[in-house]
Write a protein that binds this ligand. Structure first.
Ligand code: GUN
Length: 294
């Protein structure tokens, strides 16, 4: 049976239409325009393309959007003072510093420097802590996007065996925490997290009702590693080449062609989790603006 394709592009479009109306309403009724600053250090091609897409979307939704491009060798001190400036800027409701950062800059210091009320990435320990104990907070954008996709594709999460491949602070850990929580409509699952220390990956992936792959390596999950009827969420975006026109050729962490033959549903790359991450960033920024609007 051919797998249902869960299109992040289509779901994103629906959410963005709704957000556009909310932005208009915020402007008209409260005189508030959601403001987002994206800070990019250096010229890593993947980061440049993510930040460009975030800025373009913010602009399309009617945000006040600011992009800061800093040179690769910017000092940590200068980056921290720029964050401080935006913490104090009332026209800015969300601050995003694109990761990874160059080695001479401490990611931890940078994340701690962002006002948790403007931390639309949900990376600040205050937000991470609130997420763990189930309090309202900014939820990291990729996990939030995954939850939204599962909900809109009507995937039964409660009681499901969920296997997450990858334990990053950005995706693996938060998505595992969110899916195990007693929350509706997407939660209450039994969650296993696999990582580079896992002895028998196959044992775990074969058992999964829902498999979330954020390994950061191309095509690590193949058709022979999953069971019939699994729902697969592929978080990976790997650049495996360029077209003669200079466009990046992308693939996921999942071998789409072999896995789709067994899956009940699967997300594509591109057009799956990627657009959802950007959309949830916009949603978090609108929420931040509402909070500051009172
Ligand atoms: N790098 C990869 N994903 C993300 C993300 O969601 N936010 C930020 N700030 N950097 C990233």
């Amino acid at each position: 049976m051919a797998a249902k394709i869960i299109s992040g592009k289509e779901i994103s479009q629906q959410i963005r239409e709704k957000l556009k109306k909310e932005v208009q309403e915020l402007k008209e009724k409260h005189g508030v325009t959601p403001g987002l600053v994206t800070i990019l250090v250096g010229e890593n091609p993947a980061s440049v393309s993510y930040v460009t897409a975030k800025q373009r979307t913010a602009h399309d939704l009617g945000f006040h959007s600011v992009q800061e491009n800093l040179p690769e060798d910017v000092s940590e001190e200068n980056l921290l003072s720029l964050i401080k400036k935006y913490n104090e800027d009332p026209t800015i409701h969300g601050i995003l510093v694109q990761l990874p950062l160059p080695k001479h800059i401490s990611e931890q210091k940078v994340i701690y420097a962002i006002d948790p009320r403007k931390d639309v990435d949900g990376f600040h320990p205050v937000n991470v802590g609130k997420m763990v104990i189930g309090e309202p907070c900014f939820i990291p954008c990729t996990p939030a996007g995954i939850l939204e996709m599962l909900a809109r594709a009507d995937v039964e999460v409660s009681g499901a065996e969920v296997v997450v491949v990858g334990r990053s602070n950005i995706v693996g850990k938060p998505v595992a925490i969110l899916l195990m929580q007693k929350r509706k409509p997407v939660g209450n699952a039994t969650v296993t997290v696999c990582h580079t220390g896992t002895k028998d990956m196959l044992f775990h992936t074969k058992r999964a009702d829902i498999l979330i792959v954020a390994a950061g390596r191309p095509k690590v999950v193949t058709g022979d590693m999953v069971k019939e009827g699994v729902v697969v969420i592929d978080v990976g975006v790997n650049r495996i080449g360029t077209t003669p026109e200079g466009k990046a050729i992308l693939c996921g962490d999942v071998d789409f062609d072999s896995v789709k033959e067994k899956a009940a549903a699967i997300t594509p790359v591109p057009g799956g989790v990627g657009p959802m991450t950007i959309t949830m960033l916009m949603k978090n920024t609108v929420e931040a603006a509402k909070m500051w609007a009172g």
